[in-house]
Design a protein around this ligand. Structure first.
Ligand code: FES
Ligand SMILES: [Fe+2]
Length: 396
Protein backbone atom coordinates (compact mmCIF):
# COMPACT_ATOMS: atom_id res chain seq x y z
CA UNK A 1 0.00 0.00 0.00
CA UNK A 2 1.55 3.28 -1.11
CA UNK A 3 -0.25 6.50 -0.28
CA UNK A 4 1.13 9.41 -2.26
CA UNK A 5 0.98 13.13 -1.60
CA UNK A 6 -1.43 13.34 -4.51
CA UNK A 7 -3.77 10.93 -2.71
CA UNK A 8 -3.61 13.13 0.36
CA UNK A 9 -4.20 16.30 -1.65
CA UNK A 10 -7.20 14.76 -3.33
CA UNK A 11 -8.54 13.54 -0.01
CA UNK A 12 -9.82 10.23 -1.31
CA UNK A 13 -10.58 7.56 1.26
CA UNK A 14 -7.52 5.65 0.09
CA UNK A 15 -5.37 8.24 1.91
CA UNK A 16 -7.05 7.60 5.26
CA UNK A 17 -4.86 6.77 8.24
CA UNK A 18 -5.36 3.45 10.03
CA UNK A 19 -8.44 3.63 12.26
CA UNK A 20 -7.80 4.11 15.96
CA UNK A 21 -10.11 4.12 18.96
CA UNK A 22 -9.16 5.36 22.40
CA UNK A 23 -10.08 2.08 24.05
CA UNK A 24 -8.74 3.33 27.40
CA UNK A 25 -11.87 5.52 27.40
CA UNK A 26 -14.35 3.15 25.80
CA UNK A 27 -13.66 -0.39 27.03
CA UNK A 28 -15.60 -1.40 30.13
CA UNK A 29 -14.05 -4.82 30.66
CA UNK A 30 -12.59 -5.69 34.08
CA UNK A 31 -8.87 -4.91 34.14
CA UNK A 32 -9.00 -2.17 31.46
CA UNK A 33 -8.50 1.47 32.56
CA UNK A 34 -12.11 2.55 32.03
CA UNK A 35 -13.42 -0.81 33.22
CA UNK A 36 -11.65 -0.21 36.51
CA UNK A 37 -12.77 3.43 36.74
CA UNK A 38 -16.39 2.41 36.20
CA UNK A 39 -15.99 -0.22 38.91
CA UNK A 40 -15.32 2.52 41.46
CA UNK A 41 -19.01 3.57 41.28
CA UNK A 42 -22.45 2.02 41.79
CA UNK A 43 -24.43 1.25 38.64
CA UNK A 44 -28.12 0.46 38.22
CA UNK A 45 -28.57 -3.05 36.83
CA UNK A 46 -32.33 -3.41 37.05
CA UNK A 47 -35.64 -2.11 38.28
CA UNK A 48 -36.59 -3.19 41.79
CA UNK A 49 -39.33 -5.33 40.22
CA UNK A 50 -36.73 -7.23 38.15
CA UNK A 51 -35.56 -9.17 41.20
CA UNK A 52 -38.11 -11.95 41.66
CA UNK A 53 -38.37 -15.69 42.20
CA UNK A 54 -37.56 -16.12 38.50
CA UNK A 55 -33.87 -15.55 37.67
CA UNK A 56 -33.26 -12.65 35.31
CA UNK A 57 -30.29 -12.21 32.99
CA UNK A 58 -28.28 -9.08 33.61
CA UNK A 59 -25.28 -8.06 31.54
CA UNK A 60 -23.25 -5.18 32.93
CA UNK A 61 -19.70 -3.96 32.22
CA UNK A 62 -19.16 -7.00 30.03
CA UNK A 63 -20.13 -9.54 32.71
CA UNK A 64 -23.01 -11.99 32.55
CA UNK A 65 -24.92 -12.06 35.82
CA UNK A 66 -28.14 -13.43 37.21
CA UNK A 67 -30.48 -11.40 39.39
CA UNK A 68 -33.03 -12.94 41.75
CA UNK A 69 -34.83 -12.40 45.04
CA UNK A 70 -34.99 -15.27 47.49
CA UNK A 71 -38.10 -16.05 49.53
CA UNK A 72 -36.70 -14.02 52.44
CA UNK A 73 -36.63 -10.97 50.17
CA UNK A 74 -32.86 -10.87 49.78
CA UNK A 75 -31.65 -9.70 46.38
CA UNK A 76 -28.86 -11.73 44.81
CA UNK A 77 -26.65 -10.74 41.89
CA UNK A 78 -24.45 -13.71 41.06
CA UNK A 79 -22.17 -14.48 38.18
CA UNK A 80 -24.21 -16.43 35.69
CA UNK A 81 -21.75 -19.33 35.27
CA UNK A 82 -22.09 -21.81 38.09
CA UNK A 83 -18.78 -22.32 39.89
CA UNK A 84 -19.25 -26.10 39.72
CA UNK A 85 -19.07 -26.79 36.00
CA UNK A 86 -20.25 -23.62 34.43
CA UNK A 87 -23.85 -23.88 33.37
CA UNK A 88 -25.87 -20.74 33.77
CA UNK A 89 -27.84 -20.06 36.92
CA UNK A 90 -30.45 -18.51 34.67
CA UNK A 91 -32.03 -21.96 34.61
CA UNK A 92 -31.70 -22.29 38.35
CA UNK A 93 -34.54 -22.44 40.83
CA UNK A 94 -34.99 -19.74 43.45
CA UNK A 95 -35.64 -21.20 46.89
CA UNK A 96 -36.18 -19.97 50.43
CA UNK A 97 -32.57 -18.96 51.03
CA UNK A 98 -30.87 -18.95 47.63
CA UNK A 99 -30.75 -20.20 44.07
CA UNK A 100 -30.19 -23.84 43.11
CA UNK A 101 -28.28 -24.68 39.91
CA UNK A 102 -30.28 -26.85 37.52
CA UNK A 103 -27.35 -29.12 36.60
CA UNK A 104 -26.19 -30.79 39.84
CA UNK A 105 -28.21 -28.86 42.38
CA UNK A 106 -25.56 -26.78 44.11
CA UNK A 107 -27.34 -24.06 46.04
CA UNK A 108 -25.98 -20.54 46.60
CA UNK A 109 -27.24 -17.72 48.78
CA UNK A 110 -27.43 -14.06 47.73
CA UNK A 111 -23.76 -13.59 48.62
CA UNK A 112 -22.59 -16.69 46.77
CA UNK A 113 -22.09 -18.97 49.79
CA UNK A 114 -22.57 -22.57 48.74
CA UNK A 115 -25.28 -24.04 50.97
CA UNK A 116 -25.73 -27.47 49.45
CA UNK A 117 -24.01 -29.91 47.08
CA UNK A 118 -26.53 -32.74 46.88
CA UNK A 119 -24.35 -35.06 44.74
CA UNK A 120 -21.42 -34.90 47.18
CA UNK A 121 -20.94 -37.12 50.21
CA UNK A 122 -22.64 -35.63 53.25
CA UNK A 123 -24.29 -32.92 51.11
CA UNK A 124 -20.87 -31.41 50.35
CA UNK A 125 -18.50 -31.45 53.32
CA UNK A 126 -16.19 -28.95 51.65
CA UNK A 127 -18.85 -26.70 50.26
CA UNK A 128 -17.51 -23.75 52.26
CA UNK A 129 -14.36 -23.97 50.09
CA UNK A 130 -16.20 -22.72 47.02
CA UNK A 131 -18.04 -19.50 46.49
CA UNK A 132 -20.15 -18.40 43.57
CA UNK A 133 -18.85 -14.97 42.45
CA UNK A 134 -21.36 -12.29 43.49
CA UNK A 135 -21.76 -8.53 43.78
CA UNK A 136 -23.29 -6.38 46.50
CA UNK A 137 -26.54 -4.63 45.60
CA UNK A 138 -28.63 -1.85 47.09
CA UNK A 139 -32.08 -0.66 46.13
CA UNK A 140 -32.97 3.00 45.81
CA UNK A 141 -35.26 5.18 43.67
CA UNK A 142 -36.95 2.08 42.26
CA UNK A 143 -33.62 0.78 40.94
CA UNK A 144 -31.22 -1.99 41.92
CA UNK A 145 -27.67 -0.70 42.08
CA UNK A 146 -24.64 -2.98 42.00
CA UNK A 147 -21.09 -2.32 43.09
CA UNK A 148 -18.72 -4.33 40.90
CA UNK A 149 -15.35 -3.13 42.18
CA UNK A 150 -12.90 -3.80 44.98
CA UNK A 151 -14.41 -4.01 48.48
CA UNK A 152 -11.61 -1.74 49.74
CA UNK A 153 -12.84 1.08 47.52
CA UNK A 154 -16.57 0.66 47.89
CA UNK A 155 -18.19 4.12 48.10
CA UNK A 156 -21.59 4.92 49.57
CA UNK A 157 -24.49 4.78 47.14
CA UNK A 158 -25.19 8.48 46.57
CA UNK A 159 -28.45 10.25 47.24
CA UNK A 160 -29.61 13.02 44.93
CA UNK A 161 -31.52 16.11 45.97
CA UNK A 162 -33.72 16.05 42.86
CA UNK A 163 -34.91 12.55 43.79
CA UNK A 164 -35.21 13.21 47.52
CA UNK A 165 -37.26 16.42 47.75
CA UNK A 166 -40.67 16.17 46.14
CA UNK A 167 -42.90 18.98 44.95
CA UNK A 168 -46.65 18.65 45.60
CA UNK A 169 -48.09 15.35 44.49
CA UNK A 170 -44.79 13.98 43.19
CA UNK A 171 -43.19 10.62 43.77
CA UNK A 172 -40.17 8.86 42.34
CA UNK A 173 -40.52 6.28 39.64
CA UNK A 174 -37.94 4.37 37.60
CA UNK A 175 -37.97 3.42 33.93
CA UNK A 176 -35.70 1.31 31.76
CA UNK A 177 -37.50 1.28 28.47
CA UNK A 178 -35.49 3.47 26.10
CA UNK A 179 -32.87 6.17 25.59
CA UNK A 180 -35.65 8.74 25.84
CA UNK A 181 -34.85 10.44 22.57
CA UNK A 182 -36.43 7.38 20.95
CA UNK A 183 -35.06 3.90 20.45
CA UNK A 184 -35.14 0.41 21.88
CA UNK A 185 -34.02 -0.45 25.42
CA UNK A 186 -30.66 -1.86 24.36
CA UNK A 187 -28.62 0.38 22.09
CA UNK A 188 -25.98 -1.37 19.98
CA UNK A 189 -23.03 0.99 20.39
CA UNK A 190 -20.45 2.03 22.95
CA UNK A 191 -21.74 3.84 26.04
CA UNK A 192 -19.38 6.81 25.62
CA UNK A 193 -21.07 7.83 22.38
CA UNK A 194 -24.21 8.35 24.40
CA UNK A 195 -22.57 9.96 27.41
CA UNK A 196 -20.80 12.50 25.19
CA UNK A 197 -24.14 13.43 23.69
CA UNK A 198 -25.08 14.98 27.05
CA UNK A 199 -22.42 17.66 26.59
CA UNK A 200 -23.30 18.27 22.94
CA UNK A 201 -26.04 20.92 23.06
CA UNK A 202 -25.42 22.03 19.48
CA UNK A 203 -26.89 18.84 18.08
CA UNK A 204 -30.27 19.74 19.59
CA UNK A 205 -31.38 22.40 17.09
CA UNK A 206 -29.97 20.37 14.18
CA UNK A 207 -30.89 16.75 14.93
CA UNK A 208 -33.92 17.35 17.11
CA UNK A 209 -35.01 20.73 15.74
CA UNK A 210 -34.67 20.09 12.05
CA UNK A 211 -33.87 16.53 10.96
CA UNK A 212 -36.28 14.72 13.22
CA UNK A 213 -38.89 17.45 12.79
CA UNK A 214 -39.31 19.80 15.77
CA UNK A 215 -39.06 17.06 18.36
CA UNK A 216 -39.08 19.14 21.51
CA UNK A 217 -40.52 22.65 21.88
CA UNK A 218 -39.95 25.57 19.53
CA UNK A 219 -37.95 27.10 22.37
CA UNK A 220 -35.30 24.42 21.88
CA UNK A 221 -35.13 24.76 18.10
CA UNK A 222 -32.99 27.91 18.00
CA UNK A 223 -29.18 27.88 18.22
CA UNK A 224 -28.16 28.64 21.81
CA UNK A 225 -25.25 30.54 23.25
CA UNK A 226 -23.38 27.93 25.27
CA UNK A 227 -20.96 27.84 28.16
CA UNK A 228 -19.28 24.68 29.39
CA UNK A 229 -18.03 24.58 32.96
CA UNK A 230 -16.45 22.00 35.21
CA UNK A 231 -18.46 21.03 38.27
CA UNK A 232 -17.39 19.00 41.31
CA UNK A 233 -18.64 15.88 39.53
CA UNK A 234 -18.60 16.53 35.80
CA UNK A 235 -19.47 19.14 33.20
CA UNK A 236 -22.32 21.65 33.21
CA UNK A 237 -23.65 22.92 29.90
CA UNK A 238 -25.36 26.30 30.22
CA UNK A 239 -27.41 27.21 27.15
CA UNK A 240 -28.88 30.67 26.78
CA UNK A 241 -31.59 31.52 24.28
CA UNK A 242 -32.99 35.04 24.06
CA UNK A 243 -36.77 35.10 23.81
CA UNK A 244 -38.94 37.50 21.82
CA UNK A 245 -40.34 38.98 25.03
CA UNK A 246 -36.86 40.09 26.08
CA UNK A 247 -36.47 37.33 28.67
CA UNK A 248 -33.82 34.66 28.58
CA UNK A 249 -34.42 30.92 28.50
CA UNK A 250 -31.60 29.49 30.58
CA UNK A 251 -31.13 25.74 30.39
CA UNK A 252 -28.52 23.79 32.31
CA UNK A 253 -27.74 20.16 31.60
CA UNK A 254 -25.07 18.23 33.42
CA UNK A 255 -22.99 15.16 32.78
CA UNK A 256 -21.83 13.67 36.08
CA UNK A 257 -19.05 11.11 36.00
CA UNK A 258 -18.96 8.37 35.24
CA UNK A 259 -22.32 7.86 33.46
CA UNK A 260 -25.03 10.19 34.74
CA UNK A 261 -27.18 12.30 32.46
CA UNK A 262 -28.76 15.10 34.41
CA UNK A 263 -30.93 16.52 31.70
CA UNK A 264 -34.07 18.55 32.30
CA UNK A 265 -37.11 17.77 30.21
CA UNK A 266 -36.38 18.96 26.64
CA UNK A 267 -40.09 19.53 26.17
CA UNK A 268 -39.81 22.31 28.77
CA UNK A 269 -43.18 21.62 30.33
CA UNK A 270 -42.23 23.76 33.32
CA UNK A 271 -39.43 26.02 34.43
CA UNK A 272 -37.90 24.16 37.30
CA UNK A 273 -34.97 22.13 38.56
CA UNK A 274 -34.20 18.89 36.80
CA UNK A 275 -36.82 16.17 37.38
CA UNK A 276 -34.87 13.03 36.56
CA UNK A 277 -31.48 11.37 36.39
CA UNK A 278 -30.48 8.89 33.71
CA UNK A 279 -27.71 6.38 34.25
CA UNK A 280 -25.90 5.07 31.17
CA UNK A 281 -25.21 1.43 31.91
CA UNK A 282 -22.46 0.00 29.69
CA UNK A 283 -23.67 -3.54 28.99
CA UNK A 284 -20.38 -4.30 27.26
CA UNK A 285 -18.06 -2.48 24.86
CA UNK A 286 -20.63 -2.38 22.08
CA UNK A 287 -23.97 -1.87 23.80
CA UNK A 288 -25.53 0.13 26.61
CA UNK A 289 -28.90 0.88 28.13
CA UNK A 290 -30.39 3.65 30.21
CA UNK A 291 -32.01 3.53 33.61
CA UNK A 292 -33.98 6.60 34.64
CA UNK A 293 -35.38 7.64 37.99
CA UNK A 294 -37.51 10.74 38.12
CA UNK A 295 -40.12 12.72 40.02
CA UNK A 296 -43.52 12.13 38.46
CA UNK A 297 -47.11 12.97 39.29
CA UNK A 298 -48.67 10.01 37.49
CA UNK A 299 -47.24 6.55 37.11
CA UNK A 300 -45.82 6.08 33.61
CA UNK A 301 -44.97 9.77 33.09
CA UNK A 302 -41.35 9.00 32.19
CA UNK A 303 -42.40 6.70 29.37
CA UNK A 304 -44.91 9.28 28.15
CA UNK A 305 -42.11 11.84 27.73
CA UNK A 306 -40.68 9.65 25.00
CA UNK A 307 -40.10 11.37 21.68
CA UNK A 308 -42.13 10.77 18.57
CA UNK A 309 -40.99 11.24 15.03
CA UNK A 310 -43.44 12.12 12.31
CA UNK A 311 -46.13 11.24 14.85
CA UNK A 312 -44.77 7.74 15.43
CA UNK A 313 -42.75 5.95 18.08
CA UNK A 314 -39.28 4.86 17.03
CA UNK A 315 -40.14 1.16 16.82
CA UNK A 316 -43.16 1.79 14.59
CA UNK A 317 -41.14 3.59 11.93
CA UNK A 318 -40.14 2.14 8.58
CA UNK A 319 -36.51 2.15 7.46
CA UNK A 320 -37.30 5.04 5.14
CA UNK A 321 -38.79 7.01 8.03
CA UNK A 322 -35.66 6.38 10.11
CA UNK A 323 -33.69 7.96 7.27
CA UNK A 324 -36.11 10.85 6.95
CA UNK A 325 -36.47 11.54 10.66
CA UNK A 326 -33.30 10.37 12.41
CA UNK A 327 -32.92 10.94 16.15
CA UNK A 328 -30.41 10.18 18.90
CA UNK A 329 -30.48 6.45 18.19
CA UNK A 330 -29.59 6.88 14.53
CA UNK A 331 -26.91 9.49 15.20
CA UNK A 332 -25.18 7.57 17.99
CA UNK A 333 -25.44 4.06 16.58
CA UNK A 334 -24.47 5.64 13.25
CA UNK A 335 -21.05 6.42 14.75
CA UNK A 336 -20.39 2.69 14.68
CA UNK A 337 -20.21 0.03 17.39
CA UNK A 338 -17.28 1.92 18.87
CA UNK A 339 -16.47 5.20 17.22
CA UNK A 340 -13.14 5.74 15.46
CA UNK A 341 -11.46 8.60 17.29
CA UNK A 342 -8.65 9.04 14.77
CA UNK A 343 -11.15 10.15 12.12
CA UNK A 344 -12.76 12.96 14.13
CA UNK A 345 -12.35 16.69 13.43
CA UNK A 346 -13.25 18.95 16.30
CA UNK A 347 -14.73 22.42 16.07
CA UNK A 348 -15.52 25.14 18.60
CA UNK A 349 -18.86 23.51 19.26
CA UNK A 350 -17.19 20.31 20.48
CA UNK A 351 -15.62 21.87 23.56
CA UNK A 352 -17.86 19.83 25.84
CA UNK A 353 -16.73 16.57 24.27
CA UNK A 354 -13.07 17.48 24.68
CA UNK A 355 -13.70 18.49 28.30
CA UNK A 356 -15.46 15.29 29.22
CA UNK A 357 -12.79 13.13 27.60
CA UNK A 358 -10.09 15.09 29.40
CA UNK A 359 -11.96 14.74 32.67
CA UNK A 360 -12.30 10.99 32.18
CA UNK A 361 -8.58 10.76 31.38
CA UNK A 362 -7.80 12.72 34.54
CA UNK A 363 -9.73 10.16 36.58
CA UNK A 364 -7.65 7.38 35.03
CA UNK A 365 -4.52 9.29 36.08
CA UNK A 366 -5.95 9.78 39.57
CA UNK A 367 -6.46 6.04 39.90
CA UNK A 368 -2.92 5.36 38.67
CA UNK A 369 -1.71 7.68 41.44
CA UNK A 370 -3.95 5.87 43.94
CA UNK A 371 -6.26 8.85 44.36
CA UNK A 372 -10.04 8.56 44.40
CA UNK A 373 -11.84 9.52 41.20
CA UNK A 374 -14.26 12.46 41.13
CA UNK A 375 -17.58 12.16 42.89
CA UNK A 376 -17.01 9.06 45.01
CA UNK A 377 -17.90 9.52 48.65
CA UNK A 378 -17.29 7.33 51.67
CA UNK A 379 -19.36 9.51 53.99
CA UNK A 380 -22.74 7.90 54.64
CA UNK A 381 -24.00 11.06 56.34
CA UNK A 382 -23.12 13.40 53.45
CA UNK A 383 -26.07 15.52 52.25
CA UNK A 384 -27.71 14.55 48.95
CA UNK A 385 -25.87 15.61 45.80
CA UNK A 386 -27.37 18.77 44.30
CA UNK A 387 -27.35 19.63 40.63
CA UNK A 388 -27.86 23.00 38.98
CA UNK A 389 -29.57 21.36 36.00
CA UNK A 390 -32.97 22.71 35.05
CA UNK A 391 -34.96 24.94 32.70
CA UNK A 392 -35.21 28.50 33.92
CA UNK A 393 -36.59 31.81 32.69
CA UNK A 394 -34.61 34.88 33.57
CA UNK A 395 -34.68 38.56 32.93
CA UNK A 396 -32.08 39.44 30.35
S1 FES B 1 -22.86 -26.87 37.02
FE1 FES B 1 -23.99 -25.99 38.62
S2 FES B 1 -24.23 -27.59 40.04
FE2 FES B 1 -23.04 -28.47 38.47
FE1 LIG C 1 -30.17 14.23 21.53
Amino acid sequence: MTITQRDRDLGTAYAMKPAQTRTELTSVVRGTPMGELLRRYWHPVGLVGDATGTPKKVRALGEDLVLFRDKHGRTGLLHARCCHRGTTLYYGKVEEDGIRCCYHGWKFDAEGHCLEQPCEPGGGRFRDKVRQPWYPVEERYGLIFAYMGSAEKRPVLPRYECLENMDDGEFVEADDSSIGGGGPAVIPCNWLQHFENVVDPYHVPVLHGSFSGPQFTDMMASMPEVRFDKTPRGIAVRSIRKQDDGKVFYRVTEAALPTLRVVPNPRVAQFARVESIGWTLPIDDTSFRIYVAGRVKTSGDIGRMRSKFNGKFWWDMTEEEHQQFPGDYEAQVGQGEVTVHSEEHFGQSDRGILMIRRMLSEQLEAMDADRDPIGVSFDASAPPVEFEAGNYIRDA
